[in-house]
Design a protein around this ligand. Sequence first.
Ligand SMILES: [Zn+2]
Length: 729
Amino acid sequence: MANPPDREEHHVPGDGQVRDHELGSTAADTRPTSLVRPSHTLHKVTSRVGEEQGAEGRTAETALPGLLPIMGASVLVGTLAGFLELALVLGQYHGLHQVRWSTLMMNRHASWMIPVAETLLVCGWSLLLFVPARLLASRFCKSVESREKAARFLHDWAGLVLGTFLLFGPLLTISGLHALAALVLALGLGFRLRTLLVRPTRLWRRNMQWGGALALAFLLAYSLVQENRVNAAPSAAWSRPETPAGGGEAPASRPNLLWIVMDTVRADHLSLYGYSRPTTPNLEALAGSGITFDQARSSAPWTLPAHMTMFTGLWPYQHGARVDRPYHGQSPMLAEHLRANGYTTGGIVANVRVCNANYGFGRGFDSYLDYPRNQVINLNETLCNSTLGEWTMNLLRRAKLPVPGPSPYFVHRSATEITADARSWLDQVQSRNANAEASSTRPYFLFLNFMDAHGPYIPAPNRPRKFWHGPTPSQAEASPVEGWTAVESRNNATPDQLPARQQKLDEVTQRLTDLYDECLYGLDAELGRFLDELRSAGLLDNTWIVLTSDHGEHFGEHGHFGHGSTLYNESTHVPLMIIPPSSGKASRVSQGKRIDAPVAHRDLPRTMSELLLPGVPSPFPGRSLARHWQSSTPQAPDPILAQLEKQPLDGKEVQTDLMMSADSLIDADHVLIETSNAPTELYQLFNDPKQARNLATETGEIKALRARMEKGMRTILADPNAASRSKAR
Ligand SMILES: [Zn+2]
């Protein structure tokens, strides 16, 4: 019988018995030693003596691989796989600028959670796949020949398992590679690697045990350092130099900035803007203390590009952030600029999936809270941060085993949760400032995103109802999808069916509108309460407030519901208020001012950085909006771009056939809309708010105006500093 290659065969001198394994004996191996004959009587030693250690290596045995060295090898392989996976995750995110759903769910502690999870999982899978085979071999392979075969098989098997798991987790992270393809690939490579990873030698056994212990110690130390680093981030503000680079005033005397975004709030549904229902009494009261812009425009009809423009001053095609790609980060964001100038910065968002730190929104924030779970440290969170963990949990769930459910993607944090977190953050800032030397106090920048008006429109519980008097609706009843279904049904109706289907559509539209208005009313009430509370606590002293929305919402206008599908006014006309600190000069000149010139979100970072940091050059494009209230004469507006881009995530289109590409330009009093799959539209800005009369085909003066606007749009879109647009489309 031929000796297997690579087998260490050794005889323990003196006892005439073969030791099954040197250090890795398991309790499972209970065979009586009398069954084992000295192996040198059966085999000639043909092993690679050079690899073995001393005289022991020159004799034969039928050693089954032990549990301890296999576990040591599993720790080593798991640690290696974990860092490989981490490198691939970071490489795809930072190097290739790719975002997947899993990227958004990534914990702030992912840098250590991924290697830890991989190590735990590889050890778990190895135990599960190796131990039963090892037990069976011990139990049934009694003869030396069968033991030898079993030993050879077990070494190969353990090598295959480890080789597969060395690569399976990392391969699972590769965007576009199906899990089954990753498994087949990992199995193939694992098969090739098996003899390298598990060797039937004493040297290997000893190395694995030591190597495993060292890898564990390294992983532990690395995890502690990383955990400490992440946890220390919110305190960083107080350890920054007291006088920031770039000159200007000392941070302590600078005003705070509270930036509130009410997600999905269209301007014309607020009584602040003359809506027939009194949806926003608190905002109306607030308007008396500052400036209200009547024609503010978002740069995009959905959350991600709209917020990104608001904080970078870049048009959507310039910042490039889209559903599968984070902000490229080549220009500073407002939080980065303010932090560099002595501010402590915090962000708390209700729209956790889209205002996610991993799209770039966390840049410049000392503390950024999106998915609350993304800050949490526990076993489930650790495992789920590795793709192998996610895959394993899904497998266990399919097998109906009791494992925690997956993290929900569509989380709406309520206004009361956001205000409670905000209050707690502001209290910390206040207390740090109270205990700091005067020269090292810090002004704050706090960004809050509220999602109460976003579909499904479910009014907050325990609030008095104003516009919706029915029972609390289900998610389906309160979703814009209801509207789309009713539109489709009406559009496909025969003449006989039409009246009933039109009536159904009208009913759905009214129900969704009532619910939406109720949500606006509830949000206004909570904002009013919150701002009063901050005022009484002295947290709004010397504070600018910016209050706006990222985009609007359709309720059947132009045949649309929800948002993200058009550039009409319903999508892009948003509320905007800028409230100066109550004690300053700005307050005296701006109280109760209304500005009717069209203005863009794009100018907000420029505006606020100049107001907060006079004397510090602003790195943001555009022009400050302050000219509109500081000057006694009306100021000419700048052209306003809005963009909609069709885009995929994880290979699928979002809202298939709802999303198309479109660009819109607003000049002094007209709106031009160019859509990829429809004729050009041109509307009057002030006289046709419902955009009912398309002027695009008119001749004469209008034709010349259209040509001018089209040229203006081309000029903005041809910005040589912009990120590649063709790549994005
Ligand atoms: Zn939004």
